[in-house]
Design a protein around this ligand. Structure first.
Ligand code: KG4
Ligand code: ZN
Length: 347
């Protein structure tokens, strides 16, 4: 195994990222730099990510992020072995901006180009942070994604189930909107929930009555809307306590569903008798303490090791793309200048 130093780029949603990751001979990888420029403030007036605004911001910020990532790593492009870039799935304008930037660098330097699936970036993060061996079970829960994967190799994933409508982060964001809380909704709903009584409202646990590992969150959102409207009709508005209780009930329902589906996914994964069973979580929703707690409990009960990468590496970043690039490079995978940006790209 040789030493590899890879520059990674990420621009598939509303975070522009550039990072340098190095792995020396047989050693644990090192994140030499990881720069993330978020766009939350740009999209805040619209209550959601506006693709056109996101793409323009990526174009403006990518070069600066690359310069900063190289400067923080203390390296020039001559010390880089390859450029890895998110080639999908995501908002097409953003993905294109990143792919064009990476192609420009590759064309100007002659460096190899590696297209990375954003979901593979998330799914391989526990190997960057903890050197986790294959195969492990991964729950990816973010604003845009929700799926269970058995990660068998850097390019070998088995999907066990996922959402049939909203992603959980999206459900938290919509819940916050319904209750007049700020975006992103997850942290706001979690903070309110901490003050509330989860037993006051009986929210549904969608799809628990059906077998399998699929999720549905849109019915839960509708139930929240009805409960809110009933309170408003009754007393003309929501009190602080009402809001806190609604958030607590909503969060408890999401956590319950995630816990039960995780039990089922773990059972499928453990049936394959992995040598060192492990269950890892990634995505912004992994920041939620109540959800993390149920995942820990479920893992402990099944005898699987539980892993949650540090939050900065759970949410969108380019270090995970650089790392996935290292994994692909070591597996002999490269792309050419015909690398295309793919808005949809299932694993
Ligand atoms: O992974 P991420 O940064 O971006 C992508 O969606 O790719 O995830 C952002 C999502 C948002 O929907 C946000 O509301 C949610 O993660 N989130 C949370 C929490 N913190 C962030 N959801 C629940 N509880 C939280 N504490
Ligand atoms: Zn993501």
């Amino acid at each position: 195994m040789t030493t590899l130093t890879i520059l990674g780029l990420e621009s598939s949603c509303d975070d522009t990222g550039a990072a340098v990751v190095r792995q020396r001979d047989g050693e644990a990888p090192e994140i030499l730099s990881s720069v993330v420029a978020g766009q939350t403030a740009l999209h805040a007036p619209y209550g959601g990510v506006v693709p056109e605004i996101a793409a323009r911001a990526h174009v403006e910020k990518l070069d600066h992020c690359v310069e900063q990532a190289l400067a923080e790593a203390g390296l020039g492009l001559d010390a880089i072995d390859a450029v890895a870039v998110t080639a999908g799935p995501g908002l097409i304008g953003g993905v294109l901006s990143g792919v064009m930037c990476a192609k420009g660098i590759a064309a100007g330097t002659g460096l190899p180009l590696i297209g990375v699936n954003h979901l593979a970036g998330h799914a391989l993060t526990p190997r960057l942070t903890d050197g986790l061996p294959f195969p492990y079970l991964m729950l990816l829960v973010s604003g845009g994604h929700c799926q269970f994967l058995i990660v068998r190799g850097s390019d070998d994933f088995t999907r066990l189930g996922g959402t049939i409508d909203d992603a959980p982060g999206e459900a938290f964001d919509k819940a916050a909107k319904l209750l007049g809380l700020p975006q992103p909704g997850g942290p706001a709903v979690e903070a309110e929930a901490a003050q509330g009584d989860a037993r006051r409202f009986a929210f549904p646990r969608p799809l628990l009555d059906r077998p399998g590992c699929d999720f549905s969150f849109s019915g839960l959102k509708t139930a929240l809307l009805r409960a809110r409207d009933a309170l408003v009709a009754e007393k003309g508005g929501l009190t602080r306590a009402d809001r806190a209780d609604l958030c607590a009930g909503f969060q408890a329902a999401v956590a319950d569903v995630i816990a039960e589906k995780s039990r089922r996914a773990l059972a499928l994964y453990l049936a394959e008798a992995p040598a060192a069973p492990a269950f890892a979580v990634a995505g912004g929703v992994a920041a939620n303490k109540a959800i993390r707690a149920v995942l820990e409990t479920v893992s402990a009960a099944s005898g699987a090791r539980f892993l949650a990468p540090p939050l900065k590496l759970c949410t969108d970043n380019a270090a995970m793309i650089a790392w996935a690039g290292i994994e692909r490079f070591r597996a002999g995978q490269r792309d050419g200048m015909d690398l295309s940006a793919r808005p949809r790209w299932p694993l």
